[in-house]
Design a protein around this ligand. Structure first.
Ligand code: SF4
Ligand code: SF4
Length: 209
């Protein structure tokens, strides 16, 4: 059985409504009022708390990038390579991170430590370590895959908006120069070097080779 059709009457509009001129002028009036109010506040230095710190005042809109929301402790920012106590990279060039990377944006050229170094033949180091931050999808898989806590995304910063594509390709020196959001280049996890009494694994001195 067909339903009953309800006919709605079209709302009437005045000539003033239909021309939009008056409504546009009203809208511009509101914009200009806020413009002059804001300018006067800035000049006098009498900026309301809601503008200075909108989040604290419960206002959802902020003036990014001058104002930023606090990021969670585990927020994934741009990468950094962590240091050992002697300033060398913790990375042992195992390639776990580049293997795990779904965007294939990590390139590592491994190398051997020089003769006489206790680490030679035991672990390698990255001669080159490159991340294309433009290809990266910031999934954090590289950080999860690393067995040495050598790569982290705890910097709390975005990748800088460069104009040249090649500037987004971070090399080893750049990755090692970036600090955590707490200002450190190291890691809180203690690293025991081969030969240390606290070394947890097998090495030449403690492993029976
Ligand atoms: S965050 Fe993800 S995409 Fe970016 S380098 Fe690490 S593994 Fe690759
Ligand atoms: S950063 Fe970690 S996972 Fe990547 S190569 Fe170095 S030690 Fe291996």
């Amino acid at each position: 059985m067909p339903g009953k059709t309800k006919v709605l009457k079209k709302p009437s509009r005045t000539i003033s409504d239909q021309s939009y001129v008056v409504e546009v002028m009203k809208g511009l009036g509101v914009t200009l009022k806020h413009f002059f109010q804001g300018t006067a506040q800035m000049v006098s230095g009498n900026v309301p708390d809601a503008v200075k710190n909108p989040l604290a005042e419960g206002i959802a809109t902020i003036s990014y990038p001058e104002q930023k929301r606090p990021y969670a402790e585990r927020w994934r920012g741009v990468h950094r390579l962590t240091h050992r106590d002697d300033g060398s990279p913790r990375c042992v060039a195992c390639l776990c991170c580049s293997t795990a990377c779904p965007a294939q944006c990590i390139y590592i050229k491994p190398g051997e430590y020089p003769e006489g170094d206790a680490r030679r033949g035991y672990e390698r180091y990255p001669v080159e370590f490159v991340i294309d931050e433009l290809r990266c999808i910031f999934c954090g898989f590289c950080v999860e895959a690393c067995p040495c806590d050598a790569i982290r995304m705890d910097t709390g910063v975005h990748v800088t908006a460069f104009e040249v594509k090649s500037d987004f390709v971070y090399d080893k020196d750049k990755l090692m120069s970036i600090v955590s959001q707490h200002g450190t280049q190291n890691s809180e996890n203690t690293r025991h070097e081969p030969g240390d009494a606290g070394h947890p694994g097998i090495d030449r001195l403690h492993g029976g080779h």
